[in-house]
Design a protein around this ligand. Structure first.
Ligand code: NAD
Ligand code: TYD
Length: 354
């Protein structure tokens, strides 16, 4: 038997595949459309080098091809990472978010239902559809609000979070209506190796080293909870193994930080490890720009359920994780070059410069 991972050429999906192949013997099929966010270089360590890894370029909207793959490889679990994931892009152009995150998830659920329905009874019970979602579906918290808990109301504020919320509802409905053994995980902001510099942390590292402005929206006091990506991968493996069908698990790093705190932490590491010429701090490159439309003020995650039920907790503190992340970007400038080509430059030009 094998597992099928969608969106495995993206940031979290590729970390998950590398983690899976290091920890488990079971083969993994990576199905990815290779949008601007999919980078085959993320998987250079296993492509043509690991018998347990195979890649198929395919859109999750392609019902026929997905059904064929599920049957051909005897798939016993789907881990769905495939999505449009960047809030700013969703504000510029929501269309792709609707098509992949909502329609794509629907088509993938249909394909999963078709495959699952034809399995012998004991395999049906063991089958899992694990949907990777975000804490952003819960909306924005006030400073004194308690962190998000499973079962909180969905109040998405961006086209991105609304499309993820819709996909979560569909996954839930396929469990309730058809009995598909589905699980949802809602996770906070990830960071670590292989993240595109369109997101805050790699943007800050990349722009600092390039001598470009480090862009901060509004006053920089927005709060996110930061989770080191490898801790997320470990949690997903645990949920796939021991999670109960029909449940939702919140996953977070227990590291609430303002955006300014995050950026200053990165600049401090760079000042120490890679001092710029002239003795200036990288923090001098910080530039406050117009706020993001509908910008959520605060996210925070209550991880009590996954801790109590599955025994998971994050291994990395933010301080250790961010140190490792900066070191990874410094040591992997070749990868950074693959992630900041023409399509990335066009995005920067469209979004920040215009
Ligand atoms: P990403 O943008 O880095 O990668 C997405 C991947 O999906 C890319 O490889 C892309 O080519 C692929 N893809 C896009 N549309 C597709 C389609 N129609 N068919 C097949 N493949 C397609 O995203 P990420 O940061 O790795 O996020 C992965 C998942 O985790 C997403 O569902 C996202 O909503 C969720 N999530 C992300 C974070 C985070 O901080 N990055 C936090 C919580 C949840
Ligand atoms: P981001 O990494 O895009 O993740 P998300 O929007 O999903 O939380 O942004 C994290 C925070 O950083 C968010 O509050 C927006 C802010 N931000 C900036 O201030 N400047 C930037 O250039 C980017 C990309 C993000």
């Amino acid at each position: 038997m094998s597992i099928l991972v969608t969106g495995g050429a993206g940031f979290i999906g590729s970390n998950y595949i590398l983690d899976w192949l290091a920890e488990c013997d079971e083969p993994v099929i990576n199905v990815d459309k290779l949008t601007y966010a999919g980078n085959p270089h993320n998987l250079a360590a296993v492509k043509d080098k690991h018998d347990g890894y195979s890649f198929v370029q395919c859109d999750i909207n392609d019902y026929d091809q997905i059904v064929q793959l599920l049957k051909k490889h005897g798939i016993r679990a789907i881990v769905n990472f495939a999505a449009e994931s960047h809030v700013d892009r969703s504000i510029h152009r929501p269309e792709d978010f609707i098509q992949t995150n909502i329609v794509g998830t629907y088509r993938l659920l249909e394909a999963a239902k078709e495959h699952w329905g034809a399995l012998p009874e004991e395999d049906q019970e063991a089958f899992r559809f694990l949907h990777i979602s975000t804490d952003e579906v819960y909306g924005s918290l006030e400073p004194d609000d308690p962190p998000f808990r499973e079962g909180d109301c969905y109040r998405p504020n961006s086209p991105y979070s609304a499309s993820k919320a819709s996909s979560d509802h569909l996954v839930r409905a396929y469990h309730q209506t058809y009995g598909l053994p589905a699980i949802i995980v809602n996770c906070s902001n990830n960071y670590g190796p292989f993240q595109l510099p369109e997101k805050l942390i790699p943007m800050c590292i990349f722009n600092a080293l390039s001598g470009d402005p480090i862009y901060i929206y509004g006053d920089g006091q927005q709060i996110r909870d930061w989770l080191y990506v490898k801790d997320h991968c470990k949690a997903i493996r645990l949920v796939l193994d021991q999670g109960l069908a029909g449940k939702t698990y919140n996953i977070g790093g227990e590291a609430e930080k303002t955006n300014l705190q995050v950026v200053h932490a990165i600049c401090e590491i760079l000042d120490r490890t890679t001092p710029g010429s002239g003795g200036n701090s990288y923090a001098e490159q910080i530039e406050f720009i117009k706020d993001r439309l509908g910008h959520d003020r605060r996210y925070a995650i209550d991880t009590t359920m996954i801790k109590n039920e599955l025994g998971w907790k994050p291994d990395q503190t933010f301080e250790a994780g961010i140190e490792k992340t900066v070191a990874w970007y410094l040591a992997n400038q070749d990868w950074v070059a693959t992630a900041t080509g023409v399509s990335y430059k066009t995005w920067v030009e469209t979004h920040y410069k215009k």
